[in-house]
Design a protein. Sequence first.
Length: 279
Amino acid sequence: MSFAALAFPAIDPIALQVGPFAVRWYGIAYLLGFLGAWLVMRWLVARWKLNISDDDQLTIVLAAVVGVVAGGRLGYVLFYGGGYYWSHPAQILAVWDGGMSFHGGLVGILLAAVVVALTMRIPWLTLCDIGSVGAPVGIFFGRLANFVNQELWGRVTTVPWGVVFPGAGASPRHPSQVYEAVLEGFVIFLVMVILASRRHALPRGVLFGVLLSLYGIFRISIEFLREPDAQIGFLPGGMTMGQALSAPLIVCGVAVVAWSLWRGLPEKGRPLIQTGASD
């Protein structure tokens, strides 16, 4: 039985090139993601009336960049490298050569938030809540960049919107990158904005817990349609690495929401500087 399929659109992964200098859509996706997260942070700081200055916000964004890039790369090396990087350690630093892990980036940015929380005396969970509203922006653009790069495609399918990726053979596949952009990016962002827009802010940590739970649910669901990484394949029980790493996020997310609702702590910024009266 024959069925229609969509040819992969002729999109060059390089958006702009001047001589040896090339700007890739993947890099633009990261830039748009961090820019969007910064705009979200400015909105939340004003809405929640937090004492976090513009300079503080810039420092937070820079720390997030370091955490996401370093954690994402190391996470890919550990979870998806398949032993390659143990034989080629110099390639670990070649971030331009592809290979980033969401779960590694999550760990990296949470550790960066610990450093910021300690140095600025801003509650760690407040930083996590702010980041949770902005993170789906980066996920959305990042998954679209995966589609442009013809990577992380889905399994073979007969659905009419199946896409024939040039590097994945002649069979149409689920455009799982687009599924992830919609669910993990747009839908989660919409939910987070609705929750963050409440007249009275939710207790500290609730937004973070909701993000973890929703991402885990969506990622596990989409993994049933996504082709496992060739160097790893299926894990015991038919699970994929993405499902194995995402399952704990649901448990942690529910636990964080329950704990946060029980504690009922408000969102807080930097401690206000107390000035003594003069006579």
